[in-house]
Design a protein around this ligand. Structure first.
Ligand code: PGA
Length: 254
């Protein structure tokens, strides 16, 4: 079976209960008209909207995603949410190591690798985010930075089953700035990441791991980005907040 393209909307800290309700009232009737035979569509609402989103999306093609998760199953971890709790809610994918977690909340590769392992072991699929800052890119350190983030983030996963891991390349300078990486810039890094994954898990498995691009994806630039051979989908922030915009992104011809 050909690989599916992934379209994951990351709402970040937006859409509480009422926002979630009006979003899905507009989104669900339309998404059922989109040909999803070669696509996976997911939404990552904030934690407090997850249970409600689950109720609304049950029976729909929309996959439920979370924006973070603890490494532990339960216990004294104030402020954290366990992967098992997310699983109980019907969450399938968990975004980990997002640049906002790294840069605003100080999450390190050390912490992120533990989260990746915990999420994987709970039977959920981690979406591990990597990406360089503008300064790192200007210094020519893009490959160094993303390879460290990838290698360290995955260092506790000796083996990966097919379909159980997703990578997202999100250059920090492209997130929320309106300046997306060009398709060529994205492809260059995705190709590099694929190679690195092949060195870790073998070529065959690496081919099956979706590598998503994220950073100012819009209905206007999706068609060119998704054409690149190693861009297997997108992680969409701002443009996923509006159901009509996200529908346009998801409806791109592939
Ligand atoms: P953006 O965010 O689409 O608003 O740039 C992407 C992300 O942070 O995942």
């Amino acid at each position: 079976m050909a690989k599916k393209a992934y379209f994951i909307g990351n709402w970040k800290m937006n859409h509480g209960i009422s926002g979630t309700k009006s979003y899905f009232e507009r989104f669900l009737p339309e998404i059922s008209k989109v040909d999803l035979s070669k696509k996976v569509v997911g939404i990552a609402p904030p934690f407090t909207s997850l249970a409600f989103a689950r109720k609304l999306t049950e029976g729909s093609p929309v996959k439920l995603c979370a924006q973070n998760a603890c490494f532990a199953e339960k216990g004294a971890y104030t402020g954290e949410v366990s992967p098992l709790m997310l699983k109980e809610l019907g969450v399938e994918y968990v975004i980990l190591g997002h640049s906002e977690r790294r840069h605003i909340f100080g999450e390190t590769n050390e912490l992120i690798k533990k989260r990746v392992k915990g999420v994987y072991q709970a039977g959920l699929t981690p979406i591990l985010c990597v990406g360089e800052t503008l300064e790192e890119r200007k210094l020519g350190n893009t490959f160094l930075v993303v390879s460290e983030q990838l290698k360290q983030g995955l260092s506790e996963l000796e083996k990966v089953e097919e379909g159980r891991l997703i990578i997202a390349y999100e250059p920090v300078w492209a997130i929320g700035t309106g300046v997306n990486a060009t398709p060529e810039q994205a492809e260059e890094v995705h190709f590099f990441l694929r190679d690195l994954l092949a060195s870790m898990y073998g070529k065959d498995l690496a081919q099956t791991i979706p590598i998503l691009y994220g950073g100012s994806v819009t209905p206007e630039n999706i068609a060119d980005l998704i054409k690149e051979p190693n861009v297997d989908g997108v992680l969409v922030g701002g443009a996923s907040l509006d159901p009509e915009k996200f529908l346009k992104v998801v409806s791109v011809a592939i």
